[in-house]
Structure formats: C-alpha cells, structure tokens
Design a protein around this ligand. Structure first.
Ligand code: CS2
Length: 486
C-alpha cells in the first residue's frame, strides 16, 4: 500500500505540483460543498492565483452534511490529485489550495467562528440547487424547506447554507468586522442575486437591522462556472496513485475545458482568479443563460434519454447518431432563445459542447445528471421552452427532454427495470403518479398538478407546448429512446 499523499516534499515524480508553499499562506476563502466540482474548478483556480500573486487566500472547506470530504482531505493536509482526462491521455496535478475541511453538523460553532474571522473574506458555495431553499414559484424563500424552517427556528444553530451565511454576517456586524462576500457557484439563474434575495428575506424575519446592513454593505456577485466533472470512482483513485506514487483518497477527475465568469464586486478583496483563467465582467447573465440553456439543458436531455434507454454514460448517448442529432438540435434551439453573448460564437459553442459530451475519456453517469430534476428543469428547460413557445419557435426537443423526465419520474426504464428516482420532491412525484396514469395527457396533468410551482403556468397552459409534449411523451412511451429517430 502506498503512503498517503500528505507532504509535497515527498512528491518527486513528474506530476505538476503547486508553485508556492501552501503552508506559507493563510486562509481567505471559506467554501461550502467541497465535492468533486469544487476540487476541479475553484480550487485549481485558487491554486493558480496563489502561485501567481500569493496572498492569504487558501481555502477552508465546510461540508453541510456528511463527513466524507473531511475524512478524505484532512489526513492528506488538504492535498489531492486533479486528473485531467482528454482524448490524448490523463495529466495529473496536485492542488495545494485547500486547507482544513470542517463537517458542520459535528462542529457548528467552529464553522460560525470561521465565518466571523476577519481573515475570511470570501464565502463561496457549491452546495447544489436543492440546498438553497428556493421556492420555484415565487423565486423567494421556501418556508417549508427543512433547513430554512430549522434555521429560522434556531438561528444560533444553523443547519443550512442560508442560515449559516446570515448568522455569520450577523456576528461580523455585531463585532464591527467588514462583511465577507458570499459567492454562489451553483447552476442557478442569477445565482448571486438569488442568494441575496434569500439572505435578505431570511435576515428580515430575524432582525430587520441586519437585513438593512446586508442590503447596503454585502455584495453578492453572480458567477457562471463550467467544467464537466463526474463523481470520482475507484479508478480515479487508482490512476491518481499510479501517477503520483501516493495513495490519494480525495482525487478527482475532470475534462480539459474550464470556464469561470464572475462579476467583480467583492467587499474585502478576492484571490487573483484571473491567473486561473477566470473572466471578470460587468454582467454575467448572458454567459450564464447560455451555459444553463445550452450545456445544462442538453445535459439533462441526455441524462433522461440515457437512463431510460439503458445508456450508462453521456458519451454512450452521444455515440448514437440519432440521439446526438437530437442533442445538437436542442442546443441550436436553445441558442435561438439567447441574446448575443460577448465574444462567443454560439454555433462554435454548440459544436464544442458536442465534442466535450462525446469525450471518450470521461465516464459521466447519466443517472448522476438525472438527479434532482425538479431543481434543474426550470432554468435549464422550462424557461427557455416558454421563451420559444411565445416566439413560435420549434419546441420538439424541449418536449422530448421534459417528456423523458416525466417517464424517468415514473420509475421504470424502457426495459421495465426500476429507476431510483433521486429528487428532493420525490414524495410529491410518487404521490402524483400513484394512481398509475397511463395516457400521456394523464401523466402530464398528474405531474403538473402534483408538483406545484415546477411548471410555469404560462407554459403549462400554452396550446402548442401541450400538444408537442403529449406527442413526444406518446412517442417515448410507445417506441422507447432507442426507437427515437430524429
Ligand atoms: C450537470 C452539471 O450534474 C449536472 O446536472 O449538468 O453538473 C454539469 O456537468 C456542469 O454544470 C458542467 O459545468
């Protein structure tokens, strides 16, 4: 058994390693959600920033639920291997930007201390869509969300991300410490503005003065983040050990492409992320809408087709010409709902996406992307479908994607095998479909009524949309995914 990767001085291989001494830099960022995506995206950008410009900008991590990240990373002093897999092979790089990881349920007071520490100037998040406590119907706080309910009742002992942020900001205000900048890096529309609205609403219910301070003094920049990062597997860890010569329980693998677009509004400074390729702009919205609708929308389409058709990975869906052509059509349809994006040729973006999805070196499970559909569909598929419906543009690929989600929600694939439907609203989905509706019209009605707020009303009532959705659901139910031609 190899020795564990815990000391850079032992790394004498050809692996790329940090060009700075991690221990010489203090913490500046607290990051919630230290999963594979963070390790493949913001952490390497911070590593580049530290190497390039220095400063006390290392990252401490927080896991809101499970202790795995702390167990993987702390014994390795935060060091881990990033494997970049391209068609030409795999490159290994050891990242030094991460420091200690805290497991919030085990040490809530410690997390609150870190939030109150003036050294922490940015608090970034990759906690996934469902952690925010967003009511999709209003765009505001969902008072029935378990973490929101809990944190409003016991604000000193938060469990959720909004509760922690507001409590942390409250402690800073009380101590006369300047605020940190909350930085959402999740795939949500106008993620910074959305987080701001939730934080203000939450604070208002506890302390209107605090709300006013946050409103006045705390910036919430929006960001667009992009890097396809499958969950790590045994093979990831084995390859990392082979390439570095050390056992690594925290290794992650990702694709060569990376993109990060942010608004440059920070209360107390930030790492020089441009050294890692980040682009700072005045308005992130065009980039983010493009990415959510073209990349993530196509991803969800691929995911539901894949799970239903028994195709395990994104690349397997892309290897079927009929399905790849639906995906390309979808990206072109999504592009038509966008305004122009500075510096981006949307045709080229779509064809690059098709190449990224087909990357033979990346094994991205369709069932991973299929998870949490109720949290993803609105910004990825339903909003652009409404734009397209109202513009009289083609709706067929949106309808294929949403119909495929509806079939996925029923819990059986095209071969009759059961699907593990992973979704925070799975109870509502199950109840909606309990009577076993079989006609496309009944399935649609059951889900539209049984999962309130998910489907925008204007879309649900749109005649062309409804017809197209019924037609595509009928096709999927009768022919299955493999029977789809174009
Ligand atoms: C994916 C995203 O899991 C999903 O829902 O669509 O995680 C996707 O891989 C990233 O947004 C790519 O940047």
């Amino acid at each position: 058994m190899n020795r564990r990767l815990d000391d850079l001085d032992r790394l004498t291989t050809t692996v790329t390693r940090p060009d700075y001494r991690p221990a010489a830099h203090g913490t500046g960022v607290l990051h919630f959600g230290v999963g594979a995506f963070h390790r493949a995206h913001q952490a390497p950008a911070t590593d580049d920033a530290l190497a390039h410009t220095g400063g006390d900008w290392r990252i401490e991590g927080v896991s809101l639920k499970r202790p795995e990240a702390a167990k993987q990373l702390n014994p390795q002093n935060g060091l881990y291997t990033l494997l970049v897999r391209g068609p030409g092979g795999t490159r290994a790089r050891v990242i030094g930007a991460l420091g200690q990881v805290h497991t919030a349920p085990e040490a809530p007071e410690r997390v609150l201390d870190r939030l109150a520490d003036p050294a922490v100037r940015v608090v970034s998040l990759t906690v996934t869509e469902k952690a925010y406590g967003l009511d999709p119907a209003t765009g505001g706080l969902d008072l029935d969300h378990p973490a929101i309910r809990h944190d409003l009742a016991t604000p000193d002992r938060p469990a959720g991300v909004v509760g922690y942020l507001v409590q942390g900001l409250g402690r800073r205000r009380a101590a006369g410490t300047p605020p940190f900048t909350p930085l959402s890096c999740d795939n949500l529309r106008e993620n910074g503005s959305l987080l701001r609205r939730l934080a203000l609403d939450f604070a208002d219910r506890l302390d209107p003065e605090l709300r006013r301070w946050i409103e006045r003094d705390v910036p919430f920049p929006c960001t667009m983040v992009d890097r396809i990062t499958p969950a790590s597997t045994e093979r990831t860890l084995a390859d990392a050990a082979r390439l570095t010569g050390f056992a690594d329980h925290a290794a992650v693998e990702t694709e060569p492409f990376v993109q990060w677009v942010l608004e440059d509004r920070f209360a107390s400074g930030r790492p020089a992320w441009e050294a890692g390729g980040a682009l700072f702009v005045d308005d992130v919205r065009p980039y983010e809408t493009m990415k959510l609708r073209m990349l993530n929308g196509a991803h969800s389409l691929i995911a539901y087709l894949g799970v239903l058709g028994g195709l395990e990975f994104v690349r397997d869906v892309m290897a079927r010409p009929a399905l790849a052509s639906i995906v390309s059509r979808h990206m072109r349809a999504a592009a038509r709902t966008l305004e122009s994006v500075p510096g981006v040729d949307l045709e080229r973006y779509a064809s690059d996406l098709a190449t990224r999805f087909a990357n033979p070196a990346i094994a991205h499970h369709t069932r991973q992307i299929a998870m949490d559909g109720t949290q993803k569909l609105p910004q990825r598929l339903l909003e652009p479908a409404l734009v397209a419906a109202e513009a009289g543009s083609p709706l067929d690929t949106y309808a294929v994607a949403v119909a495929a989600w509806m079939r996925y929600a029923s819990g059986r694939d095209d071969h009759g095998r059961s699907i593990d439907v992973v979704d925070p609203r799975d109870d509502e989905i199950r109840t909606a479909l309990r009577s076993g509706p079989t006609s496309p019209a009944d399935i649609i009605d059951s889900l539209v009524n049984g999962v309130p707020g998910l489907f925008p009303e204007r879309l649900a009532r749109h005649r062309d949309w409804r017809e197209m959705l019924e037609r595509q659901l009928d096709r999927l139910c009768s022919r299955g995914v493999i029977g789809l031609t174009t």
